[in-house]
Design a protein around this ligand. Structure first.
Ligand SMILES: C[S@@+](CC[C@H](N)C(=O)[O-])C[C@H]1O[C@@H](n2cnc3c(N)ncnc32)[C@H](O)[C@@H]1O
Ligand code: SF4
Length: 396
């Protein structure tokens, strides 16, 4: 019988020379949106940014000491609302990354930004700090919808922020949320066409998800909010695919659209199951250490995370080996979100067994997956709405 430890080591060698991403989480927002379950907190008393900058640098140093030399291909400052950080704080974080690892000459450095005018004013400062791509949370181009989503900006302000992003950065993207309460297909189509007129190379288009324990979930339970049903949501999804593809921004992932070659390279690190460090409160990482794949997650509460870092050099509350079977599941879950799909040979190397041909055949007959001429397995348009079930079936 094989030694499970040795089995757990096999796949990580595959990552050598591959992409390495650094995710940094800024956990604060001006207010909490009623649909959002991200690790974001409101602090009216102010935030000691210098203290956070020191803690980020300390956690980066600890991670680098643990995993050793790497070439960083992407950095993503996500949130929360990282555009509330002072440019000097962003610069300090990027400097810390560069002190401990080699930074690729073509590194992609993305910052998530909310489109209020105050934040847009900082864009030049972020660029000077080293950011070269922004992702703006526009969410809707309709003031009533923005109000219903609890957003602090109008559509006009959002478009003004997009214009500043276009002027300051070579690359920008923005997010919209669709399948909102009461939204018709015709309304979404015209909003999307307007958005495509403002987009350059990338758009993230998310169907509204009612996350447990959010104010939206309570409203839904009380019968005061209802999102479009399955058939309508499916129709809106199909419409989104068609309109974006016709405009030259086909989907490359379930909710992400880009001009070919302009995909968000950082998100590809996750979906292609490459290695990434998670820095900051609640950040997740997947590290390759001594031939093992390690899952990490930071303490979510910002002040407790700070204390942990100041005492022990890191704020991790999860730090465990991902078994070979778990890696195989994660690889499928991530990779099948991509329109490029997965390489079944890589699955076999990770899992230590090939995909079950009978299951692949059955899902192919149902029209949910297809095998490309190059031998990759990918989910079809019809399969995306039932992606979780497809992954569960293949992983079983
Ligand atoms: C980390 S969040 C927010 C970034 C930024 N703070 C903002 O709100 O503009 C990234 C994106 O996830 C999307 N999102 C968050 N909660 C969602 C939900 N419940 N359903 C669908 N999309 C959601 C939003 O489009 C949002 O821009
Ligand atoms: S959607 Fe963005 S701004 Fe709103 S609470 Fe979540 S992270 Fe903060």
């Amino acid at each position: 019988m094989s030694d499970p430890e040795v089995l757990d080591r096999v796949e990580t060698a595959d990552h050598e020379g591959a992409a390495f991403g650094v995710y940094v989480h800024w956990p604060f927002c001006l207010s909490k949106c009623p649909y959002c379950d991200f690790n974001s907190h409101v602090r009216h008393a102010g935030i000691d940014e210098a203290r956070f900058a020191r803690a980020f640098a300390a956690e980066i140093a600890t991670t680098a000491a643990r995993i050793g030399p790497r070439t960083v291909s992407t950095i993503f400052l996500g949130g929360g609302t990282p555009s509330l950080m002072r440019p000097a704080t962003v610069a300090a974080v990027l400097d810390a990354v560069a002190r401990h690892w080699t930074v690729a000459a073509d590194v992609e450095v993305t910052l998530e930004a909310n489109p209020t005018s105050v934040e847009a004013e900082r864009f030049r400062g972020f660029r000077a700090a080293g950011v070269n791509r922004v992702s703006l949370g526009v969410q809707a181009l309709d003031d009533a919808a923005l109000k219903a989503l609890g957003r602090l900006h109008t559509a006009e302000e959002a478009l003004a922020a997009v214009a500043i992003a276009r002027a300051v950065f070579d690359r920008y993207s923005f997010d919209l949320i669709y399948a909102r309460p009461g939204q018709t297909a015709a309304e979404w189509q015209s909003e999307l066409i307007r958005a495509l007129g403002e987009a350059a190379e990338h758009l993230s288009l998310y169907q509204l998800t009612i996350e447990p324990d959010t104010p939206f979930a309570l409203l839904e339970d009380a019968g005061k909010l209802s999102v479009p049903g399955e058939t309508t949501a499916r129709h809106l999804f199909d419409l989104t695919q068609e309109v974006c593809a016709a405009a030259g921004l086909p989907a490359y992932e379930v909710s992400n659209h880009a001009r070919p070659g302009a995909e968000c390279r950082h998100n590809l690190v996750y979906w292609r199951y490459a290695e990434y460090a998670g820095i900051g409160p609640g950040a997740h990482g997947r590290l390759d250490v001594d031939g093992r794949r390690i899952a990490t997650a930071g303490e979510k509460r910002p002040e407790l995370w700070l204390e942990r870092v100041e005492i022990g050099g890191h704020g991790l509350v999860v730090d465990e080996t991902v078994t070979r079977a778990e890696q195989a599941d994660e690889f499928l879950l991530m990779g099948l979100r991509l329109t490029e799909g997965i390489d079944p040979r890589r699955f076999a190397r990770i899992a230590g067994r090939p995909l079950d041909p009978a299951r692949v055949a059955e899902l192919t007959t149902l029209g949910f997956v297809e095998v490309t001429r190059a031998g990759r397995l990918r989910v079809t348009r019809a399969g995306f709405p039932v992606l979780d079930a497809v992954v569960a079936d293949l992983a079983a």
